[in-house]
Ligand binder design. Sequence first.
Ligand SMILES: [Zn+2]
Length: 727
Amino acid sequence: MKKQRVPFAIVAFLALLTMSSPDQAQAYIGPGAGFAFLSSFLALFVAFALALFYLLSWPLRFALKAMLRKGPRTTTKSAVDRVIVIGLDGMDPKLVDKFLAKGKLPNFQKLKEQGAFAPLATSYPSISPAAWSSFMTGVDPSHHNIFDFLTRDPCTYLPTLSSAEIGRAAKTLPLGKYLLPLGKPKTRLLRKSQPFWRILGEKGVFSSILRVPITFPPEEFNGALLSGMCTPDLKGSQGTFSFYTTKTSGRIETGGISHQVTLTPENTIHTELSGPDNSLIKGGGELKIPLAIRLDKERKQVEIKVGRQKLHLGPKTYSPWVKLVFRPGLGMKVHGICRFYVNCLEPDFELYVTPIHIDPENPALPISHPFIYSVYLAKMIGPYGTLGLAEDTWALNERILDEDAFLQQAYDFYQEREKMLFQALETTRKGLCVCVFDTTDRIQHMFFRCLDESHPANQGKEVEKYKQVIEDLYMRMDQLVGRVLERVDERTVLLVMSDHGFTQFRRGVNINTWLYQNGYLTLKDGKTTSGDWFKDVDWEKTKAFSLGLTGVFLNRKGRESQGIVEEGEEVETLKRELIRKLTNLKDEAEHATAIREVVDTAGMLPGPYLDDAPDLLLGYNAGYRNSWECAAGRVTEQAFEDNTKSWSGDHCVDPTLVPGVLFCNRKITTHQPNIKDIAPTVLRLFGVAIPPYMKGQPLLEEQDGRGPAQPEVENKGESLGQKEQAA
Ligand SMILES: [Zn+2]
């Protein structure tokens, strides 16, 4: 059995790509990442008792609330009864234009004619965690502190998740072989500022918020919220699948754990399903559940026994969600859910198991507010995936799943999301309802190559068969909009938006290699390349390094533990030098410009959270991005390479190249809306004063809202928001 400990942290595609050393993984994921939720018994008991009470009284409390609140609280000022925001992550305006022209999107067409359609300027950088944080707070990343999925720990130079910190309870009580946690595990959201639904809640406007990125751990407010992107799986990672195969030559796994299994003469396999680490017992190791698989080659199906459950599964089909119970000891239970997928029975048996999601009916960590909301939704719509990055892009990258299996999985998650949305629309007749769909982003990432016949990722993969996938995706989103429109009346404002658009990712650039080749990054004696996370970098002689998808950090004295660049003139000179050399960086092999613009973060973003932000942001040209190797802190021989992974489209480029979209059922006041405008727009619609710190502008006319004038919002003459849409 080949096993690779996959860390907490990160976008699966980054961390999982690169973890080779378990110790190293531990080093930056921090203790307890996997099993932080073994809180004190009392806390758990009380939580579940409360949960039960909440669940039983939910309809009653809801009815009570509705009775007490005849119409929105803000009746005198509110221009609307309800605002619905449908977030379609990564929907691209150029593709929308193309499919509109072909007449494929009748409902979007209707919105465009009746109200508005415009490109929506995205955040700098154009990465979902940063962009959705700007959406919900109305400020730029320097004011909300999310610049990427990852940042680096200035002490160790190792990556950490930008958005949340999860640790064990600070104190434990040793009792025999047990380590009893005292108090709650430390779970902290690192996004600053506040989402606009909290401000609405303070004014009595109720919100249902579904799966908006960077909402884990959930914050308290007047409303219901289910956490989205960056919610971990039960292991505490950002998604770790399992793969069981009888093949002797094991494949290299990234993003998952490979188990080589053997078939008994009775055609049975006895193995285990690994769960989180057992932090209740000293040196407890991973919690496991026995897994027995019996192959019936004649009937072309397998019987899977997991725990006390038994299921039958044919090839190329997903099982329903299966409930898993891990038992760390002392009668405690940790609940998860997963799905099984049999790739093939013979000649080699191959079974894929999804990452183990936190069970929404028995959440081991809070994934919703109120705590009971995830339980309530599961009771109403059935079990559903809770992992932030639920669509298993790495399983397709690694060819563990094929395109069809990936698509089916992505659309299954889509169906769950749609049910949640319509459930929330039923229960939120007045107030705000926001639902983000990740389907658009994940499918585009994995199928963008099919829009470009010469894409290097097409080699060895089917292209023709999947050429329609993205058009079909947009058409399905159009149907969704149609069904939502059926529930929209004249007192409802509907916004359909994306956080960024999309472009090809044909070539990867290893900026760390470039920095090494140009004397800004030094390797330890005798080394010409470096392993994961800067393993072989000599920090005492290194001035700059890149981590994440667009950021370059200077190795600043007094900030990084082994920093050498002096604050003041030396920092400024180095920044100017790097900007000059990297702007218009040429990819000689392709006779193309890889980087259009390099931005000095401090010069562009004026907020209070710049101290630990990347010093420079790379504005890649379309077709380029930080290479996979670069994002993982490696130094390789070549600075440029073809991207041959299924993950073939991206948006971590110059943000002016990849605006998102905005549709509205009412006219808007500008042709150049910005993602930061959504928060003030919704606040104004409900007649709630816009906090002066917000950088966006309301997008709807006063008279259109039929509401009274609002106090003038502080002007937002910042360079970022005013960047023209170039695409
Ligand atoms: Zn994306």
